[in-house]
Write a protein that binds this ligand. Structure first.
Ligand code: NAD
Length: 346
């Protein structure tokens, strides 16, 4: 349906905006503002068609409602997607036009970086609207959220390895990382420092070669990474990597990564559980970045305090794994129910 996702609460608002001069075509989805304004990044992607962009905006913004609720942030869920213009385009003009679209929502949506956008883009946005975060700020906390996201995923791997694999540390733990981008690279650094052995894949051979040199990582093809013989799989590329085709091939016992919308369908959470694989829901473990940009936006950020807050994601992972023992639900279904209860309460 064009209105909402199957089996889920409908979105409050979806803005579709276009600007001929810059080539902007954007969808800004505000899923739920019960806890506060919709807050979530802006993705630039070459979508196959406009409906694919619409679907992505709906799924990502709902994920933000859940993520922000579980992270106990005073924000709701929102997300923007920009259909990447074909051919040459002026980035500054594009983000100026995007900023005007954001501004027209008068604070119902606050933007930041996501896949395909940078801190430089957010600086441009900042010139045209105040509803933006993720910007390096002189003398104040701010900037690229990716290292914070990676830290949250890292502490979640620690908590998951303890609860699921009975590991008190990560020494010798084998981890496959799909995607060595802004988050995946930092995650590789944290895991390497903790003594984990890495297997990596990226469509960019320069990144995998660097990981091989710097971390002694084993490099495999992008079509092999999900089925790598490892303890932990960390999807850190794009969504829908866990689906009916890939799940039967997985060898990891724990899945914990940064990518949004890792499950192609909600039922894929059952497929993972049926195979005895513990899946730590993406929006629970990858909240480090939004915690960072939310604190920055409120002007109350400070490096150590934000890192401490991000570290507390591990406690919620432990709580989730305890909850499923009582409820008998899969981790994915339990996290959905937990987040939905927080939205209803708000
Ligand atoms: P990024 O674009 O910097 O990195 C993605 C990486 O994945 C790139 O290196 C790309 O080459 C690689 N890649 C793409 N397709 C691949 C494939 N099929 N196999 C292997 N590698 C592939 O993005 P990012 O900021 O690191 O984000 C990664 C994921 O984490 C995204 O899904 C994003 O939505 C999510 N996420 C990011 C943040 C953040 O703070 N940046 C926060 C929450 C969630």
């Amino acid at each position: 349906s064009f209105f909402g996702l199957p089996h889920q609460a409908p979105h409050e608002r979806v803005l579709i905006a276009a600007d001929e001069a810059s080539g902007l075509r954007t969808l800004i989805a505000v899923h739920n503002t019960a806890r506060g304004p919709g807050f979530g990044g802006c993705r630039v992607w070459a979508y196959e068609n406009d409906l694919a962009a619409h679907h992505d905006a709906l799924r990502l913004s709902q994920g933000m409602s859940y993520k922000n609720a579980l992270a106990n942030l005073p924000f709701g869920g929102g997300k923007a997607v920009i259909v990447k213009p074909k051919g040459e385009f002026n980035r500054e003009q594009l983000f100026a036009a995007f900023a005007r679209a954001v501004d027209s929502l008068q604070g119902a949506y606050i933007t930041a970086e996501d896949v395909g956008t940078t801190t430089a883009d957010m600086r441009v946005v900042q010139r045209h609207t105040k509803y933006v975060s993720g910007i390096p700020r002189e003398g104040a906390f701010g900037g690229d959220p990716s290292p914070k996201t990676a830290w949250g995923v890292f502490v979640s791997v620690q908590a998951g390895a303890k609860a699921v694999l009975g590991r008190s540390d990560l020494q010798g733990l084998t981890v496959a990382i799909q995607g060595l981008g802004a988050v995946g690279w930092h995650l590789a650094e944290f895991l390497h420092q903790a003594g984990a052995k890495l297997t990596v894949a990226d469509i960019d051979p320069g990144k995998t070669a660097k990981a091989q040199a710097q971390f002694g990582a084993t490099v495999v093809g992008v079509d092999q990474i999900l089925a790598a013989p490892v303890d932990v799989l960390a999807p850190c590329a794009l969504g829908a990597s866990l689906n009916a085709t890939t799940i039967p091939t997985l060898q990891a016992k724990l899945v914990c990564g940064a990518a949004n919308n890792q499950l192609a369908l909600p039922s894929d959470g059952n497929l993972l559980a049926d195979r005895g694989i513990a899946y730590l829901p993406d929006y629970l473990v990858n909240a480090g970045g939004i915690i960072s940009v939310a604190r920055e936006y409120r002007g109350e950020g400070e490096e150590q305090a934000v890192m401490a807050e991000v570290s507390r994601i591990a406690e919620r992972v432990t709580e989730l794994l305890a909850r499923i023992k009582v409820s008998g639900r899969t981790p994915a279904a339990e996290a959905d129910a937990w987040a939905q209860s927080l939205l209803v309460r708000a």
